[in-house]
Design a protein around this ligand. Structure first.
Ligand code: ATP
Ligand code: MG
Ligand code: FE
Length: 341
């Protein structure tokens, strides 16, 4: 099917045209990073307003870049949740309006299901696999037995990893969003310089905790104020990043070994992190585990990723109709019922 997909869950307004859930004809992402940077974080009210402004332009551009008219589109997939209520409302309202006007089937896709599926736009991965969703709002480990078949193995008890990167960056005086900045500075730092804690590393569970690590960085900085942007800052970034990555890598490999699964997928914005990609690749290779991480542009928020589950559902006659409503919270495990009904 030829799908138009729409994503507005947080601070990216995105639309894409994708054929058969695999071939990306266009993928347009309008980031609002600049609009939120002055506030040091996403302001929900501003996000909704910006989505409203950008969405018609982004959809037009997606169609134009794909050289496809709206008449050729056969279905619509839209991020239904989880995310910011007002932001999701813009995407779902526009998607429903298009579906109604063009009499097209529409399906609401879970944003995290989108992240976990992005890899299929680049390569196939056999099921089952263990997936680490690591982003601004999620640090979750799943067992994935197929599209729509997710079992949560563990999750963060407090901050998400991306949130920890952003908060640590903020307390180090780096610009928003901080993940990229920490990654950049850490490349020239010594990751063994400061022994930050690795929370829950050996507790045997698949859960995470990042707020203690963030506090450890805060306490360290209070005692050792950051002077300029020299080696001290680079070592701090590298040491924090190493601590965060150690936990993410160790727990993900433990989950794969415990489940007896030889395949791992890493997805979400933090999967852009160069140390995480490198450490995960090294440790997976050591254990003969197959590792798949999408290219960075497919790790961060985009609409193309929605087409993988979107096409899967719509081509099986699973759709939502115009009663589709935004879901601010939407645990991935509950999607299973969609396949059973
Ligand atoms: P969710 O997907 O959980 O709903 P989100 O959509 O806001 O949340 P993403 O856009 O998937 O999150 O990811 C954004 C996060 O990724 C931010 O916290 C950002 O700092 C982080 N991030 C992006 N690039 C890097 C990087 N190179 N290193 C570390 N973190 C990064
Ligand atoms: Mg974002
Ligand atoms: Fe995301």
């Amino acid at each position: 099917m030829l799908l138009l997909t729409i994503e507005t869950s947080c601070d990216e307004t995105a639309a894409a045209v994708v054929r058969d859930g695999r071939t990306v004809l266009s993928s347009i992402v309008a980031s609002q990073v600049k609009d939120h940077a002055v506030y040091g974080g996403v302001v929900p009210e501003i996000a909704s307003r910006k989505h409203l402004e950008s969405i018609p332009v982004v959809i037009d551009e997606a169609l134009r870049t794909a050289s496809v008219s709206l008449d050729a589109i056969e279905g619509v997939a839209v991020t239904q949740g989880p995310g910011l209520a007002g932001a999701l409302l813009v995407g779902t309202a526009v998607a429903k309006a298009i579906a109604f006007a063009r009499r097209l089937p529409i399906v609401g896709v879970n944003h995290i299901e989108g992240h976990l599926s992005a890899i299929f736009l680049e390569r196939e991965v056999a099921f089952p696999f263990v997936a680490l969703a690591v982003s601004g709002g999620h640090t979750h480990l799943y067992r994935v037995d197929g599209i729509g078949r997710y079992t949560t193995l563990g999750q963060t008890r407090d901050d998400a990893a991306g949130e920890a990167f952003d908060k640590v960056a903020k307390l180090l005086g780096l610009s928003y969003p901080g993940g990229v900045e920490i990654d950049r500075l850490a490349a020239e730092g010594d990751p063994t310089r400061i022994p930050f804690p690795r929370p829950l590393l050996h507790d045997g569970s698949f859960n995470f905790s990042f707020s203690g690590l963030k506090t450890a960085v805060l306490n360290y900085v209070r005692k050792n104020p950051v002077q300029g942007d020299g080696q001290q800052l680079r070592d701090l970034c590298a040491s924090f990043q190493r601590a965060a990555c150690d936990v993410l890598v160790t727990k993900t490999l433990l989950a794969a070994e415990t489940e007896g699964i030889g395949r791992i997928v890493v997805a979400g914005g933090v999967a852009c992190n160069s140390a995480l990609r490198r450490d995960m690749a090294r440790e997976a290779a050591d254990r003969g585990i197959e590792l798949a991480i999408p290219s960075p542009s497919l790790c961060s928020d985009n609409a193309a990723m929605l087409a993988v589950p979107g096409d899967f559902y719509l081509s099986r006659g699973i759709s939502d109709g115009l009663s589709l409503d935004a879901l601010v919270n939407w645990p991935l495990d509950t999607i299973r019922t969609r396949l059973e009904s």
